[in-house]
Design a protein around this ligand. Structure first.
Ligand SMILES: [Mg+2]
Length: 381
């Protein structure tokens, strides 16, 4: 029987062109078996201190993983949840750590059994999924942002999701007239077909009446969904917004646990539930969440805005649930997607096709991991 020999957490730092070249942070996990197989996982930590905390928790949890059969993903996941009883019962960094370990174990399980993660999840529900560009608005000139979106959509992408309140000069999310002008010109420039989604970043703080006014104005121009217009948790506010608008409301991506997602679903105010396997306790956690999303007849949407490891997990999970309707890709070339693996994820004429195995179906280039190790990046600056 194959056994886990080592569990290594690896904080990485990298420049993200899709985020105005900001330095972003992840904590990867490399698990090796006694017969030399390697599985990869990722926690989407975003901040250096969160990466370091995740590393410490993974190191502590490793004693519950080493010596185990990697095929036993569910049993190990339960054991890790049990381990976190004091510091992570309701989520937090413990969920990041569990996420990264769980994804790496699923990768190994697939490699051991010679099947893809998608096969192990029960197989594809979809033949293909529409791909959309998931971007941040950066430029001060609205015309330039429309042109950029036109370029992204030219090879066939089905839509564009735009982050408001991000780094750069776009100043979107702050003034009613400029926001509505942007939406109007995007629709005019892209034509009637492409889906346009707006994602309100952390810096955008609308009150309920502002959110209602904005979304009503955006609706005139066919906004497909509004994401986190009232943040991660505001059930009364979301109920009001929902009563006064018809645009789909998306949130949930800041939840960690099944209980957190259940709480959001139970409000009856969410149409599109954002989930990130690198945060919401891995492939095991995401799968449990999508089963609840399916029961509520809502849409799930993989957050997938970090490395190719989370993209691989997200793609398999999206193909395995009827609740997924599209897949997001970062439009600009970036190191954690395009350099980290031998075959980066790309759409074909606007479509994503089912991932093939074994495991996550990616080959991680270890020299690239080493280059972006957080301590080495720190030495270079
Ligand atoms: Mg979002």
């Amino acid at each position: 029987m194959t056994k886990v020999a080592t569990v290594e957490p690896i904080p990485v730092s990298y420049p993200e062109p899709n985020d105005f070249n900001a330095t972003r942070h992840l904590c990867l996990v490399r698990i090796e078996t006694d017969d030399g197989l390697v599985g990869w996982g990722e926690a989407i930590t975003q901040f250096p201190e969160a990466s370091l905390a995740t590393r410490a928790i993974v190191e502590g949890m490793a004693e519950r993983v080493v010596g185990r059969d990697p095929v036993h993903t569910n049993a190990i996941w339960e054991s890790l949840k049990d381990r976190a009883w004091w510091y992570g019962y309701a989520g937090g960094i413990a969920s990041n750590a569990i996420a990264a370990i769980d994804i790496a174990l699923w990768d190994l399980k697939g490699k051991i059994l010679g099947r893809s993660v998608l096969d192990l999840l029960g197989g594809p529900i979809h033949d293909r999924l529409p791909a959309v560009a998931s971007s941040h608005a950066h430029y001060s000139d609205i015309g330039r942002m429309v042109e950029e979106a036109q370029e992204w959509l030219a090879p066939g992408l089905h839509g564009v999701k735009v982050g408001f309140g991000k780094r750069g000069d776009a100043r979107l999310g702050y003034e009613h007239d400029r926001d509505v002008e942007y939406m109007r010109r995007m629709r005019e420039g892209l034509g009637p077909r492409p889906q346009i989604m707006i994602d309100c970043g952390w810096a955008v703080r609308w009150d309920v009446s502002t959110a209602v006014r904005r979304v009503q104005a955006f609706e005139e121009h066919g906004l497909h969904w509004i994401e986190e217009p009232l943040g991660a948790w505001d059930p009364e506010g979301y109920a009001t917004l929902r009563a006064k608008t018809t645009t789909l409301i998306a949130y949930g991506e800041k939840e960690w646990t099944l209980e957190g997602f259940e709480r959001v679903l139970a409000t009856g105010t969410v149409d599109v539930v954002g989930v990130d396997p690198g945060r919401a306790e891995g492939i095991t956690g995401f799968k449990r969440v999508t089963e609840r999303v399916e029961a509520y007849r809502r849409q799930s949407n993989a957050h997938a805005w970090s490395s190719a490891i989370v993209s691989a997990a997200s793609l398999a999970l999206s193909f395995a649930t009827p609740s997924a309707k599209l897949f997001e890709l970062k439009p600009l070339r970036n190191p954690m997607q395009h350099d980290l693996v031998t075959t980066p994820f790309e759409h074909r004429e606007g479509w994503m096709y089912r991932p093939t195995g074994p495991g996550l179906g990616i080959e991680v280039i270890e020299e690239v991991v080493d280059f972006y190790r957080a301590e080495r990046v720190a030495e270079r600056v």
